[in-house]
Ligand binder design. Structure first.
Ligand SMILES: [Zn+2]
Length: 238
């Protein structure tokens, strides 16, 4: 299960992990909190609502390219998620975790990704709380049966966006080689024509760093020291 903030996060950030999971027959669920109405790049949309509707379609197209099994877009306001009712929003994530029962949950890190977007930071905080609360009987007792996912990973980075104030990302514990699905990740991004200019802006970075995705294991069963692996599902899936 992958929790994101905006249509295009699913491919821009997590596309390699999702496509690799699909290739192994692993069921995936992308849950996106907003429809991206406040996006900088707006295509031909004449209003926020029009852009939101367009980006919902783009999101569906991208998820299909990545082989995502279930995808859902919630209705939070793009750019304003830091003002949501935290408990209620986390509850919506808890409910979906309890129903879908993911082994592995992936989301943004607390720094908000290379662009340090506030919505990415909030998705990180909400998903992290929901991951832990999903398995607790005393939390949200009316929302489905408690279920504890096994692992939580935050995506992290080994590059910064030139010309911008650098964030403080977490050190990675998983280096995913995504070269076998790199073209599919790019194809998923092409399902977001309204975000075409972003692709131009980031082309060089992706040419240089696009063969891998980096993640940090932030919660897991048992007690352990951090160690470097190359698989989000190590020991869970053959
Ligand atoms: Zn985003």
């Amino acid at each position: 299960m992958c929790v994101t903030a905006h249509p295009d996060d699913e491919c821009f950030g997590f596309g390699g992990a999702l496509a690799l999971a699909a290739d192994r027959g692993i069921e995936t669920y992308v849950l996106c909190l907003t429809d991206g109405q406040a996006g900088t790049y707006r295509g031909d949309a004449k209003s926020g609502a029009e852009l939101g509707a367009l980006r919902r379609k783009e999101f569906a197209g991208s998820c299909q390219v990545l082989g995502v099994t279930h995808y859902e877009l919630l209705d939070y306001e793009d750019g304003r998620t830091e003002f949501v009712d935290f408990s209620r929003a986390a509850g919506r994530l808890v409910e979906r975790m309890r129903r879908f029962k993911p082994d592995v949950v992936i989301t943004f890190g607390g720094e908000g990704g290379p662009n340090t977007h506030n919505d990415h930071m909030m998705v990180s905080a909400l998903t992290t709380a929901a991951f832990h609360w999903a398995g607790r009987e005393k939390r949200y007792p009316d929302l489905a049966t408690p279920f504890q996912p096994k692992r939580l990973y935050h995506i992290t980075t080994n590059f910064f966006i030139p010309g911008r104030q650098a964030p403080l990302p977490a050190p990675w514990t998983v280096k995913l080689d995504i070269r076998s699905v790199q073209e599919r990740k790019a194809e998923a991004f092409r399902q977001h024509p309204s975000q075409g200019p972003l692709m131009e802006v980031t082309r060089e970075l992706f040419e240089k760093y696009g063969g891998e995705e980096l993640y940090t294991l932030v919660a897991a069963e048992g007690i352990q020291a951090a160690r470097l692996t190359d698989d989000l599902f190590e020991g869970l899936v053959g």
